[in-house]
Structures are given as C-alpha cells and as structure tokens.
Design a binder for this molecule. Structure first.
Ligand code: PLP
Length: 371
C-alpha cells in the first residue's frame, strides 16, 4: 500500500467548496493586497494565541526576521537558539545582523535545553529564539526567567506549533503567547497551511506590534513615508481567505493527528528498537510530525521507501554543522544530543486523513524491518 508522508489532496477534497468560495470573493473584488481577510485572520490568530496583536507577513521565515530586526542588533550581537530545527530559525538571525549561538536540545523532546541557554548567555547576548519543534512547546517556564534576568528578546518559533499548549505555572498557555513575539508559518504542509507561503507574528506588546507592522510595509506606517528601511512582507489576501476557510477545522485536525500519534505509540511502545516520541506531561502536543528514533535508520528509510511508505528525516544535519555557519567554529561533538538526533530520527506519515489501514501498513513496515 502506498502511504504518502502527507496527503494535502485528501484534505482539499473535504474543504474544497469553502475554500473556493472564499477565494472567489477575493477574486470578484480584485482586491489582493491587505484586503479585509488579512485583518480577519489576524483577529482569529490573535484569539487562538491569547495575544493582543497578530500581524500577517509573507512567510514563517519573515515572521522570524522582522522581530529579530526589531532587536536592532549590532555586529557581534548574539542570539541563542537550537541547531535542531528548520534552517530558517538561524538564517533569520544571520539576516537580521546577529550571530547565531547554538545550544543543545533535551533528547526526550528535541526542544532547546533551558540550562544550555543559561550557560551560553554572554554580555553580547541580545535574544533567544526558542523553537516549539514538531508540535510541542519548549520549556517556557524555564526560558522566560532567563530572558527576563538578562533583558533579552524572546522569540517563540511556533511555525510547527499553532494551537499547541503548555502548562506554565499551573496555567495552560498557547504557543506564541508568552514570548516577546511568537511566530507562525502557513507553509502548505503545516497544521494550518495555505496555498503558498504565508506567516504571522503575535505579541502582547503594543510598541513591538507597531514596529512589526511598519517593518512589513517597507518601514513606513504611512504610505510613502519611511521611518526605517523595512520589507515587502505582507500576507496575501488570497492566502488569508484560504486560511480563514481552513481555520475552523484546525482543532479537529490537530486532535485527529494526536489520535494517530497515540495509535503509533501504542504499537511501538515496549519495542526494543523503536523509540516513540515523548510527550512532556506539561504539553498538549499537536503532532505536526511524528518522529521516532531507531537504530539502522538509513536502512529503515530505504525499506520504507521500497514499500511505498512516505517518510522524512527532520533534520539530517543540525545547523551548527552547516557549511554556511562554518565560520562560527562549531565542530562535530560539540552538541551531542542534537547530533545523536540527526543520526537516529525518522518522521512517519501523520495527518488527519490517514486511514487506519494506511497507518497499519506503516506500523507493519516499521516493525517488519526489525523483526
Ligand atoms: C521551525 C520552523 N521555523 C521556521 C520555518 C519557516 O517557515 P516558512 O517556510 O513559512 O518560511 C519553518 C517551516 O518551514 C519551520 O518549521
């Protein structure tokens, strides 16, 4: 049985009419730039994230770049982050004029280790980018006090975690709610994906929101007047229309993902070779990815491929070992938990439309390899 890693066509069939109606409304109006759908989606995402402000932008990458630009980094200023993430997290730090400082992850959750952040703070540190990887939040209760103690900007890269929650000091908090800025990606494969690129930033801070709104429009709050040099980074109205049509399904989709994760974990638990992902008990995980750790990972990958089972390695080379960051001087062995993850992880198909038969085929293929 062929099981794709993700089946967006299956999802589209379930919502096609609503999406087309929403897109047609924009096309009938021929109003493609900053139409009312953008503000509507911003209001919805602000509500979803318990945030005062939400500001749409052109991608999840720009959603990181703009708040990093708002830190006004000087050459040599440092921003601490995880190397076990999508490239954009650190690329944005570099492009905002900062120096990425990579610290290791907690092996169980793949998320940045707060103690490692604290150990890496120097007089040049200006910010932290914490990533909520694969759909579960980093340990915000431990990261927030570090940021507060040293006066650092704290950006939550929630590209993979829209709607995720974490119990912080006894209260459920949403991804993006607690940092200086939280960022989302609407890349098509995300839990809430558009029909192209898109992103959003959320913040509780009025001044930060104003700055971000300015930066996304060439640095000028008023047309043709520019306080600083910014970007053309608007969220397309058509994308906002698509996302508004999809948003009412997000919670049910994330629940369906979590249910499929539970079924995988039930099948893999106790197996000598297959280590299912850990859910931190403080987290409500939205399972953007279901990532196991295994021995002989590359052989398993070839086996799955031969059987028509989609899979992916997120991530095959941590960012501290990327050629473009060689000048930062990291060697292999420096961040052992991230490096161990890169050699052992493999992500399996997980999406709301994944059928029980498809999932059984994935489970049989994985367990069959180790039998
Ligand atoms: C953790 C993380 N950060 C940032 C991004 C960048 O988002 P985009 O592709 O929308 O630019 C992504 C996804 O692509 C991501 O997974």
């Amino acid at each position: 049985m062929n099981v794709p890693l993700l089946d967006l066509v299956a999802q589209y069939h379930t919502i096609k009419e609503d999406v087309l109606r929403a897109m047609n409304a924009v096309m009938d109006r021929q109003g493609f730039i900053m139409g009312p759908e953008v503000a509507q989606l911003e209001a919805e995402v602000a509500r979803l994230s318990n945030a005062r402000h939400a500001i749409g932008c052109a991608s999840g990458t720009d959603a990181l770049l703009l708040p990093l630009r708002a830190l006004d980094l000087e050459p040599g200023d440092e921003v601490i982050t995880t190397p076990f993430t999508f490239f954009a997290t650190a690329g944005a730090i570099h492009n905002a004029g900062g120096k990425p400082v990579f610290v290791d992850i907690e092996p169980a959750t793949f998320n940045i280790a707060p103690a490692a952040i604290q150990a890496a703070v120097t007089p040049r540190t200006r910010g932290i980018v914490a990533v909520h990887l694969f759909g579960q939040m980093a340990a915000m209760e431990a990261i927030l006090p570090i940021a507060a103690r040293h006066g650092l900007g704290l950006i939550e890269d929630a590209a993979q975690a829209i709607g995720a929650r974490r119990k912080v000091d006894g209260q459920w908090r949403r991804a993006g709610e607690l940092g200086t800025v939280g960022t989302f990606s609407f890349f098509p494969s995300k839990n809430l994906g558009g029909f192209g690129d898109g992103g959003m930033m959320v913040t509780q801070n009025d001044q930060v929101a104003e700055r971000l709104r300015r930066l996304r429009l060439h640095g000028g709050a008023r047309q043709y007047h520019h306080e600083e040099v910014g970007y053309n980074s608007r969220l397309d109205t058509l994308q906002a229309a698509v996302l508004l049509a999809k948003l009412p399904h997000l919670e049910e989709w994330s629940r369906a993902r979590a249910e499929r994760a539970r079924q995988y974990t039930e099948a893999f638990t106790g197996h000598a070779d297959v280590c299912p992902p850990a859910i931190d008990p403080a987290n409500h995980h939205i399972f953007h990815q279901y990532t196991i750790r295994v021995p002989r990972r590359n052989e398993l990958q070839a086996h799955l491929k031969a059987k028509g089972i989609g899979n992916a390695i997120y991530y095959p080379l941590p960012l501290h070992l990327q050629p473009c960051f060689a000048h930062l001087g990291y060697q292999r062995g420096r961040l052992p938990a991230s490096e161990a993850a890169m050699d052992t992880v493999i992500s399996l198909p997980i999406y709301p439309e994944l059928t029980r038969d498809q999932q059984d085929a994935v489970i049989d293929a994985v367990l069959g390899f180790y039998a």
